[in-house]
Design a binder for this molecule. Structure first.
Ligand code: DLZ
Length: 161
């Protein structure tokens, strides 16, 4: 969670394993692409900065956050990756739709984590306003994509330990 005291882009580099040779899949929702693409860009940048090769990062697009569940499951089963990062951004509207997408997507990704052989990283922003999303996609509170990339590297190392 980003707060005034925690910036999503700050991490202690000494605690991050070298990502050389690790393979990553990114499932990227196109809804609110202004935010999700910024997160994906930061994720790729962070993976590469920590030793991953760009050719070992595969990105597949899905229409919206709800499709992250299927997209991530597809990657787990069909792509040669060591971790999957699911990136989406849901912004509250006038109806309860927001709650259903957030709950459904979160539940789906959590269930996938229980059965998947590789870790699935939760990069779903659930925001009340576009400003909250902006602040977490390269704004005042850093970039959620960076946090997800660091988490993915740590979880791949965990899996190999
Ligand atoms: C329909 C919808 C709405 C209203 N809002 C968002 C959103 O803020 N963020 C997002 O990623 N997706 C949204 N969607 C699309 C759903 O995730 C999904 O793609 C559709 O309901 C079709 O299954």
């Amino acid at each position: 969670m980003a707060t005034a005291f925690h910036n999503l882009s700050s991490y202690d580099t000494s605690t991050v394993p070298n990502a050389m040779g690790m393979k990553f899949g990114i499932v990227l929702a196109d809804w609110n692409e202004r935010f999700t693409y910024a997160m994906a860009e930061a994720a790729v940048e962070t993976l590469v900065e920590n030793g991953a090769d760009e050719k070992d990062i595969v990105i597949k697009h899905v229409p919206g956050s709800f499709e992250l569940i299927y997209g991530a499951a597809w990657m787990v089963d069909n792509a040669d990756v060591d971790a999957v990062i699911a990136i989406g951004c849901v912004i509250r509207g006038d109806t309860p739709h927001f709650d259903y997408i957030c709950q459904g997507t979160t539940q789906g990704l959590a269930e996938l984590n229980l059965r998947a052989e590789v870790p699935v990283i939760y990069g779903l922003l659930t925001c009340n306003t576009p400003l909250q999303a902006e602040e977490r996609c390269g704004g005042r509170l850093g970039n959620k994509g960076t946090e997800c990339a660091v988490t993915a590297i740590k979880m791949v190392a965990y899996n190999g330990a």
